[in-house]
Ligand binder design. Sequence first.
Ligand SMILES: [Zn+2]
Length: 684
Amino acid sequence: MTIENPLLAMSEKSGLPPFQHIKPEHVEPALEAIIQSNREQIKILLEKNDHYSWDNLIQPIEDMDDRLGRMWSPVSHMNSVVNSDELRDAYNNCLPLLSEYSTEMGQNVELYEAYQAIKDSPEFSNLDSAQQKIINNALRDFHLSGIDLPIEKKKRFREIRQQLSKLTSKYEENILDATQAWSKQITDEAMLAGLTESALAMAKQAAEAKELDGWLFTLNFPSYYAVISYADDRALREEMYHAYATRASEQGPNAGEYDNSQVMEDILALRHEVAQLLGFNNYAERSLATKMAETPEQVLSFLHDLAKKSQAMAKQELAELTGFAKQEHGVNDLSAWDVPYYGEKLRKHTYDISQEDLKPYFPETKVIPGMFAVVKRLYGISINEVSGVETWHDDVHFYEIRDQQDELRGQFYLDLYARDKKRGGAWMDDCMGRKRNVDGSLQVPVAYLTCNLTQPIGDDPALFTHDEVTTLFHEFGHGLHHMLTKVEHIGVSGINGVAWDAVELPSQFMENWCWEQEALEFIAGHYQTGEPIPEKLFKKMYAAKNFQAGMQMVRQIEFSLFDFRMYFEYESGQTGRIQSVLDEVREEVAVIKPPAYNRFQHGFSHIFAGGYAAGYYSYKWAEVLSADAFSLFEEKGIFDSETGNKFLHSVLEQGGTKEPMELFKQFRGREPEIDALLRHSGIA
Ligand SMILES: [Zn+2]
């Protein structure tokens, strides 16, 4: 088995995953073998030592965790980006094994006592801050895994974890399947009026790929976005909105077929039960146990305060949009499928600019090297493409990062375009983390950067909207946090062990450079002529920066409050509260109310399947930090290398070794202030 199974072979020594050789049938045997071997090793470690130390206990456990992580990461990644029935089955069969193993470790009393013994020993004070943090986090996590519970409740805790891992996977599958299940073929060109040339070319290409006539539109975001923003045909926009907004629900064109309704109720009930088992009142409290925010009240008042500050502006923006649609276009009832469309028209009317005007200036061939040039100036790092590396799809590129001393600091895969069988959205994930091995060798961190951006049409390079460029910078920011770490213990290197509500600091921070003229000189240039963005166009773009910023702000607050209140106010045995909490939140903060059939929440994987449950507020929370951190660059110059180095050393290199507040203060010299965020959003 060892020889034929590439997952097992790669996990034994450090190396990149052999993506083209990983087959669904390798997955379960590899996982079973590693878990089995870990179990045996831990048993031996606990038996043979009468005095526990970092070297004889924790280091070997770090190595085991790392091996398991490196084996599982490519599997989970491929399940997200090149999904197939076989891989999905293999992946799902593994979830109970993983959940069982992790709960078993978390509830292992001997292991807990061994960690505690190290913490209480004189050795502890001699360990470095990363090692101490790993031990403190582990002790915290033993409690959060139910170490203190009586046997019956421990068992229940295990069952719940198993069920939750299956349910969250099912939730994602339903969204992917629902997204793929619907498409719209159009052969009558008249229906396509208003659509941009690039959107038409994209739809034509999609139809050709399926050997269909005419144009094909799908629920993949670039396709949906093109129609909802530009199609003059109101009925077409409505049809597409209806399909998109009801994905994975009991409503819409595929009603009931990939329905997440019950899955969501079950997830909510089980998370609540698990929180109560652990002695919390609800899952919101449980969520905060590992975050920077301290109490639910603190989170709620943060969000309410932000809502109060931005609502007037949002209302004013909506009034402006409504008035515009009425006066200029004779539309008296602005529906949900009209808002983006007239929004684009209003942007054009007010600032004489649309997202489309900028696209020729953001070809992939300029944006990617430009983004690398920006971070070279900031942190002195060089990024180069490496060819010949095995990947999961032809579209994927592979790069390495070197610092000024030519030391290899990180490597990453870049998978840019939307395609079938690929989960929507954009994210960074960890392929492996930085780690000093026992033999002295160094494992260099590797990241996956995944987006769903517009693909190239014909022979032209892919042309991105400015929003898409911003998304790319965001994920790249996460990637740098993961890859530029100097920490050599895996438990807190890179993004490991970073409080979740601080994790968006480096990512949102990077977005700022997409708005700076000095940086745009690197990342923008006309795809045919190489010309920079003309001064006039840049001025318009900048003037339109905060277009509908109030509406966007209250929308994010709506999501955050919905998420947090849903978990915070949940009571045992309750069902049917999801929609009503959402309705209440909308009543309180939203300026736009969607139609009653809207089932946005059925596709909100961040909070049901991802890591943001009772934590979606993290985006806004961390934006206070990122905006305030960036304000130092505004003071000193956006390419000031001293400030860049300070950010690199105080934040990016530190991983999860220290509390985020401490790192922030080290960089900024004081606690975070909200002013910069309000100013950047045009609210202050
Ligand atoms: Zn992010």
